[in-house]
Design a protein around this ligand. Structure first.
Ligand code: FAD
Length: 346
């Protein structure tokens, strides 16, 4: 049985607001674990617009989505947050009371964390993979059809078929090629939405006979008991081929869905979580909601609003985590104790 971790705060979603929550909770000595379904932190900024300039982050006349994420990662590093990426928070169980909250958070990767408070920073919902339109694909999912690589070793010695023409498809073709029995990349066009060096790397491996590229589209899967045997491909010239296949990886992009948040017994309003504007607490004491996922009169879905919300949520949460501690408001500019936590005290 997997070990249960204990912590002060679990943050669901490692977008910009989840990241900044680590900072605000950290200043008040609360230890954070962050969980995100994506393999990287940064939420919409990293996934949807990493290279777009943002013009309304206070103090930064212009900063790209990815640079903002990199800065946030640096800013929260002194608090040593524990990141659990590539996994979705599926369960949130109440263990404590309204006065003494305690929760159990569970993910689809068998992680269980017990925590005093929870911050839901789930944005527009979890980014979830788009499923290829192949009849019966559900029966293979999680066994031999995958939408992410959790453990590379699992593909060692396997015949791997990769569908897609973006960075994920190309990156995994290159990474798995040395360990797989055979990698075949299948894409409907001979043009890719991926970094040129990855495309060149893939073409070089194909030219050297070390992997295959098939111009076409998957049309059917064949196998038994969740284990694939063949992937049927209709090639660009109309020919139909059956590719021997142990595992299929599909990278058809991501879509945002509210996902399991809807099942946690919280009041919802049009798929958003209503909160008060003093503490940004939900209908369940000890569970806070910050960033794009929450709603209240006058809510603006802006990064700067989420930063403010995280700061106020921390001010309330600290009383649950350290009920007997006197909390004194302090500035980072002048508080030696805060500067020690940040590792910058002289
Ligand atoms: P998100 O960034 O959505 O991150 C939420 C994270 O939670 C995601 O990574 C998701 O995978 C994860 N998650 C959700 N549910 C689960 C679960 N159950 N388990 C695990 N993980 C989960 N805002 C501005 O202020 N200025 C701008 O100029 C601006 N420009 C924008 C341009 C574009 C094209 C877009 C799309 C948005 C823009 N925004 C802008 C909005 C801004 O990006 C959002 O307000 C911000 O990303 C919200 O941050 P968040 O952390 O609340 O959520």
């Amino acid at each position: 049985m997997a070990e249960t971790i204990a912590t002060d705060v679990v943050i669901v979603g490692a977008g910009p607001i989840g990241l900044f929550a680590v900072f605000e909770f950290g200043l008040l000595d609360m230890k954070a674990h962050l969980i995100d379904i994506l393999p990287k932190v940064g939420g919409q900024c990293a996934e949807l617009y990493p290279e777009k300039p943002i013009y309304d982050i206070p103090g930064f006349p212009v900063i790209t989505g990815q640079d903002l994420v990199e800065n946030l990662k640096r800013q929260v590093a002194p608090f040593a947050p524990v990141y659990h990426l590539n996994q979705m928070v599926t369960g949130l169980k109440v263990l404590g009371t309204a006065e003494e909250p305690k929760f159990q958070v569970a993910t689809d990767d068998d992680l269980t964390i017990e925590t005093t408070v929870v911050v839901i920073a789930a944005g527009g919902g979890s980014f979830q993979p788009k499923r290829p339109p192949l009849a019966g694909i559900e029966a293979f999912e999680g066994k031999s059809v995958h939408y992410a690589v959790r453990k590379m070793d699992a593909f060692g010695g396997k015949r791997v078929v990769i569908l897609g023409g973006g960075d994920s498809a190309l990156d995994w073709a290159l990474n798995l090629q040395p360990i797989a029995d055979r990698v075949t990349l299948v894409h409907r066009r001979d043009a890719f939405r991926a970094a040129p060096h990855s495309v060149n790397g893939m073409r070089a491996l194909v030219a050297a006979g070390k992997m295959d590229f098939v111009l076409g589209q998957a049309t059917a899967l064949k196998g038994e008991n969740g284990r694939l045997v063949w992937a049927t491909i209709r090639k660009e010239d109309g020919a139909i081929i059956d590719l021997p296949c142990d595992d299929l990886l599909a990278f058809f992009g991501l879509t945002m869905k509210l996902g399991p948040v809807a099942d946690w017994g919280l009041n919802l309003h049009e798929n958003l979580i209503p909160v008060d504007t003093e503490k940004f607490e939900t209908s369940t004491p000890g569970i806070f909601a910050v960033g794009d996922i929450n709603t209240y009169p006058g809510k603006l879905k802006l990064i700067l609003s989420g930063f403010h919300e995280a700061a106020l949520a921390a001010q309330k949460a600290v009383h649950y985590v350290f009920p007997n501690k006197k909390i004194v408001f302090q500035y980072t500019t002048s508080s030696t104790s805060l500067q020690k936590k940040l590792g910058v005290a002289g």
